[in-house]
Every structure is written in C-alpha cells, then in structure tokens.
Design a protein around this ligand. Structure first.
Ligand SMILES: NC(=O)c1ccc[n+]([C@@H]2O[C@H](COP(=O)([O-])OP(=O)(O)OC[C@H]3O[C@@H](n4cnc5c(N)ncnc54)[C@H](OP(=O)(O)O)[C@@H]3O)[C@@H](O)[C@H]2O)c1
Length: 351
C-alpha cells in the first residue's frame, strides 16, 4: 500500500514538472512565433512602402528636394548611365564621370538631347593618381550638387578564386569600388551639409547579403559601401542628408557579359534601364534596398538560407558561370582565328 502511495506521489510530481515544462515551451513558442510574425509583417510593410508607395509619386520632386545637379560616377554605360537618364528625366542636370571618352560624350549628348537638361562630362580614370579628384573638383565646385550617385565599380572578369585574380585587378577594385566612393563623398558632402539637403547613393550589391565564394574581394569592397552608407546615414541624417545603400542582384550589363545566363534579361535579371527606373523611385523611401522588387523577394529567400548551404550552392553556381565564361572566351578566340584564316586566304588569293 505504501509503495503504491509513493508511486502516485512520484507520478503527480513528475506530471506537475512536465506540465510546467510544457507551459514554458508553449510560452517560448508563442513568443518566438509572434516575433517572427512581427518581423515578416514589418518587412512586408517596408517592401510595400519602398516599392509600391514610392511609385505613386512622380519623382519630379527630386530636384526640388535635393538640388539642381546630380553627379553620377561610372555613367557612360550600364546602371550608371541608366540612373543618370532617370534623374535627367526628373529635370536634374547631370555631371557624368567615367573613363571611356567616346562612350562618356555619347551618353552626355543623349541625355541633353532627350531630356533637355545640362550635362558636364568629366573624363577620369579612378585607377590613376589622386589628381583625378582635383579635375572633378574643378568641374563641380560652382555647381549645387543635390544628388551624388557612387555607382562606379569593377568586378573580376568572371567569378574566380582569390589567388586566380590578377593583382592588377585587385588594385582596381580597391581604387574604384572603395576609394572613389569615399573621396567623392568627402568632396561633395560638405556643400550638402551646408545647405541642409542632399542625397548620396552607394551602389553596393546583393552579393554581400551572404558570404559568396569566388566573389571574395568584389563582395568585400561592396560590403564596405553598405557599411559606409549605414554609418554615414546615422551621422548626417540630422543635417538633412539622405544616404541610401542600393544592393542590386544581377542586372544584365557589360559586367555580367561573361555569362550567357546572366546576359539574357528576364524578370529576375533586368536590363540596366528597367533596373534604374525602379531604383530611382526608392530614393527617399528606403535607406537600404535592392531597388527592384523581384530582387527584394530573392534577397529575402537568400537571407533565410543557412550560411553553409548558401556557400555551397553559390560556390557551385559561380563555378558554372566560370565555365560559361571560358566557353565564351574559347568561342571568341575560335571566331578570331577563323577570321584570321579567311583573311590570310584572301591575302593569298590577292597575291
Ligand atoms: N551588373 C550587375 O549585375 C550588378 C549587380 C550589383 C551591383 N552592381 C554594381 O553596379 C555598378 C554599375 O555596374 P554596371 O553593371 O553598370 O557596370 P558596367 O556596365 O561595367 O559599367 C561600369 C561603368 O563604370 C565606369 N568605369 C569602370 N572603371 C572605371 C574607372 N577606372 N574610372 C572611371 N570609370 C570607370 C565604366 O566606364 P567605361 O565604360 O568608360 O569603362 C562604366 O561607365 C557597379 O558598382 C557594380 O558593382 C552591378
């Protein structure tokens, strides 16, 4: 009898402990689920605000809000040129800064003719000496710059392992991706602060959302811009300055030409002009965005993937892109050698 009593007592004790453990787990579960639900709701609201509400405004107010001139680095091609055109469409005069003489002047002429705004083309190579910044300063010192777009950027020829990237390209990445944005901002921000208005856009990349092998130094340089933008926004938001970190995923431009897949436009890989059309409207609506809603969705998915799985998957994807790049190079050299053969045959027949 006493043994049964003791067993009942023990059973009661154990069930009480289990019930309290169950209750504790239930509370933790409810808290965790509520936190997740809140995060998802906040993200959805933020996405709608950035990508839908922003479209309701015409964007015409950019000139009034920030000032009459915009400086766009790397604007002779790709995203930079398309972004400059979107700003010109909104009435801003454009200072284009790039290194290819013909492309730069062609872009400036197109902008003037299409949008009837003023342009100023500054030919510089950000890989050369520090004097290039004196040249830029001379061109802009008398202009009221409202928007600075730190767009200029270089990547490897195709994704590759760190030691396979030529040291020359590593210096280019440091000088163009990191130094140019830093010095351009240091040069232009004071006049914005003095006037109490202005916007700085740093073109980073979605590649730095997670650690991406075979993009090591490129992604690291773009993470620098992302960090720079966040910290700068914090330091100068009270002075009327807006700083935005723009983090596109793949956009079909010269930079992605190494891959057949990445050169074909689709909903997920927009052309530079489609991308810029979306990205410009997010200025003033979000301080950190992909700038294009399908990229926003992809980024969300990427963030949820565990780091080890992402590294494995993106590593394999980049190896596939590298193979596509070497196929392209092989095909190009084949075409070149064939045309050389036909040229030789032609020369022989002429002789
Ligand atoms: N395309 C993408 O998938 C993608 C994705 C995420 C982020 N991004 C970023 O977006 C930005 C623009 O990329 P994009 O795809 O438009 O590239 P792009 O088509 O290669 O254009 C790069 C622009 O930068 C200029 N530039 C390059 N090196 C320069 C130098 N040393 N000095 C002065 N100008 C120089 C080029 O001028 P020239 O034509 O005269 O050489 C060109 O106007 C970059 O910062 C890139 O990292 C691109």
């Amino acid at each position: 009898m006493a043994a049964i009593d003791r067993f009942e007592f023990l059973f009661k004790e154990i069930t009480t402990v289990f019930t309290s453990i169950k209750d504790t787990f239930a509370i933790v579960g409810v808290l965790y689920t509520s936190r997740k639900a809140l995060c998802v709701t906040a993200r959805v609201i933020c996405t709608i605000h950035t990508h839908a509400f922003s479209k309701l405004s015409s964007g015409r107010e950019l000139r009034k809000k920030f000032g009459p001139w915009a400086v766009v680095t790397g604007s002779s091609e790709g995203i930079g040129q398309a972004y400059a055109k979107e700003l010109a469409k909104r009435g801003l005069n454009i200072v284009l800064v790039s290194k290819g003489k013909q492309r730069l002047h062609r872009a400036a002429k197109e902008i003037e003719e299409e949008y009837h705004v003023q342009t100023c083309a500054v030919l510089v190579d950000f890989c050369s000496e520090r004097e290039v910044y004196d040249k830029i300063w001379e061109a802009i010192e008398d202009k009221e710059i409202g928007i600075l777009v730190n767009n200029v950027g270089v990547m490897y020829d195709y994704p590759d392992f760190f030691l396979e990237v030529p040291v020359e390209r590593l210096w280019q990445i440091i000088n163009v991706n990191v130094a140019a944005a830093t010095i351009m901002t240091h040069m232009i921000l004071p006049q914005m602060v003095k006037r109490g208005r202005g916007a700085v856009v740093m073109v980073s990349t979605g590649t730095c959302t997670q650690i991406t092998p075979q993009m090591t130094i490129y992604a690291a340089s773009k993470s620098f811009l992302d960090y720079f933008a966040k910290a700068l926004q914090y330091e100068y938001k009270d002075k009327g300055i807006i700083v935005q970190s723009l983090r596109p995923l793949y956009v079909a431009t010269r930079m992605t030409e190494y891959s057949k897949t990445l050169s074909s436009t689709s909903m997920w890989i927009p052309s530079a002009s489609l991308y810029a059309k979306h990205a410009v409207t997010t200025l003033g609506y979000s301080s950190r965005t992909t700038g294009y809603w399908p990229h926003g969705l992809l980024s969300w998915v990427v963030e949820m993937i565990p780091e080890w799985l992402w590294m494995w998957g993106s590593g394999r994807l980049n190896s596939a892109f590298r193979r596509q790049a070497s196929d392209r190079v092989r095909r190009k050299s084949l075409v070149l050698s064939r045309s050389q053969d036909s040229f030789d045959t032609l020369q022989d027949s002429v002789e």
